[in-house]
Design a protein. Sequence first.
Length: 132
Amino acid sequence: MKIKFDLIGLFVEDLEAMVAFYRDVIGLGINWSGEGPYAEFVHEGIRFAMYERAQLPKLLGQTPDYPKKLNGSFELSINVGPSHNVDDTYNRFCEKGAQPIYAPRDEPWSMRSAMIADPEGNLIEIASDFWI
C-alpha cells in the first residue's frame, strides 16, 4: 500500500476568525455555513481543513497542549512561482492584515521567500520556484 498525505488540518481556537483569514487574506475558497466544528477549504491538491480545539479533547479522549504565540512546530508553504511574485504576495497579505514575520529575501538554497503568520501564530512561508 502506498502512503499519501491527503489532508492538512489545523486545530484552531477561533474557527470563524481563522476561516475569515484564510478566505479573505490568503484567498482560499470555502463552502462553510458558519456552523459546526469543522471547515474544509476548496483547494486543488492536498485538502486543507480546520477543526475547533474545544472539540478535540472529546475526540481524542485526552486533553492536548497547544503552542502559545508564534507556532514554531510547522509551516504551511505557498509556492507563488517566479521570485518577483514573493514580494507582491507578501505585500498584499500584509496589507490585508497578515502578521509579517520576515520580508522577502533571497535564500542560499536558490529561492526567494518571505514569511507571515495567521491570527493564531501559525507560520506561512511565501516561496518562489527554485532557480539554478
